[in-house]
Design a protein around this ligand. Structure first.
Ligand code: APR
Ligand code: ZN
Ligand code: ZN
Length: 346
């Protein structure tokens, strides 16, 4: 990673330039850096961000200079088949800025997830800007732009956790802990956190887990069944993204329960399950992209709940850092020391 001077074009039609105030360091940034997403180097990393709209293209009416916004990476089109069927969370024509940000020598940059917010200013599609209560801390609000929204949405939107449900969450990093927060918000009666790291289990408890299982020393499927009267959990949220943890989720759910896969697997991973078990156990197996969120519906709501003290999103901000410290933040992420490091801009 290098800190470089970049050129940000003035916004054209449908675009906005945003002055970034805070941007979280996410696994996906690391995946980009390692070439795990594509080879379109150089990347402008950073995508969990909040800031102030600085300027907008002539035709932009939804946001205006001065608005405090959280950036999203799925600006829905409103016109594709999914949008027209009333399921914009499945929009397959989401858009980004059309113009390119560049290095001083004209080299085009590829912004991570169409955002690129490890920068004082970035150019996005206006639809990627979602207005929220400007009283909230930018470091907290920005996290809704990716991992925290994915986890909360996995519980609320994809898993449809309801009052009194039993929920198990496998993998308690930022995404899994956010699923715990979502499950609690939805009124789950039992929230079982599973991880291989006791530090993570302790944190999950403060987020709302009612039970914890260290799956390094205890069989998580047995433990979850035992904690749920032998049935398994109504909703099991897999927030690791590995075949072995997915299998645990599959067998740890109630016969009629739901498995939600929100952890992101790598393309080489394969799942081997007896098909008779898939058939014999009812319920549903779902995946959750970005928590099946609708930014315009979910970001302002979650900010309001946070501001009212009904959820604590500040607990996800482990540390605030400067732009030069992102490399160190990747190392800390790898060690499992942080939920989120957040870059703050003066
Ligand atoms: N069983 C249980 N927990 C595990 C296992 C395992 N086999 N392997 C790892 N974990 C735990 C880690 O200890 C950690 O607490 O899963 C958690 C993963 O958390 P983070 O590394 O902080 O990742 P997070 O940001 O939460 O993202 C989780 O979602 O967005 C995707 O790419 C992301 O696939 C990743 C997942
Ligand atoms: Zn669409
Ligand atoms: Zn992310």
């Amino acid at each position: 990673m290098r800190v470089e001077t970049i050129l940000v074009p003035d916004p054209g039609p449908g675009e906005a330039v945003v002055r970034i105030q805070a941007c979280g360091v996410c696994h996906t940034d690391l995946h980009y850096k390692q070439g795990g997403i594509n080879d379109d180097f150089p990347f402008l990393l950073g995508h969990e961000a909040a800031g102030i709209v600085e300027s907008v293209g002539g035709d932009v009416t939804d946001v205006a200079p001065g608005d405090f916004v959280v950036l999203n990476w799925r600006a829905v089109c409103g016109r594709c088949r999914a949008c027209l069927r009333g399921r914009p969370q499945y929009c397959f024509d989401t858009h980004n800025a059309r113009q390119k940000m560049t290095l001083l020598d004209g080299t085009e940059l590829s912004p991570a997830l169409g955002i690129g917010a490890f920068a004082e200013k970035t150019l996005v599609a206006a639809g990627q800007c979602t207005k929220v209560d400007p009283e909230v801390s930018p470091a907290v609000a920005g996290l809704l732009g990716c991992g925290v929204m994915a986890g909360i949405g996995a519980a609320l939107n994809t898993g449809q956790v309801g009052r009194g449900d039993s929920v198990a969450v496998i993998g308690c990093g930022g995404v899994g802990d956010a699923a715990v927060v979502g499950a609690r918000l939805a009124g789950a009666a039992k929230i079982i956190a599973v991880d291989i790291d006791d530090r993570k289990l302790e944190a999950a408890r403060t987020m709302g887990a009612t039970h914890t299982v260290n799956s390094r020393s205890t069989d998580p499927v047995e433990a979850i069944r035992e904690l749920t009267g032998g049935f398994g959990a109504d909703v099991v949220i897999e927030a690791v993204g590995r075949p072995e943890t997915y299998k645990q989720a599959f067998y740890a759910r109630d016969l009629a329960g739901t498995v939600v896969l929100v952890g992101v697997p790598t393309p080489d991973m394969r799942l081997d399950l007896p098909l008779i078990d898939v058939f014999g156990r009812g319920g549903s197996l779902k995946s959750s992209w970005y928590g099946d969120c609708l930014p315009s519906r979910d970001f302002p709501m979650l900010v309001d709940l946070h501001q009212q003290g009904r959820i604590d999103l500040a607990a996800f901000v482990t540390e605030t850092i400067g732009l030069a410290d992102v490399e160190k933040a990747f190392a800390r992420m790898h060690e499992g020391d942080v939920l989120r490091s957040v870059v703050e801009f003066a």
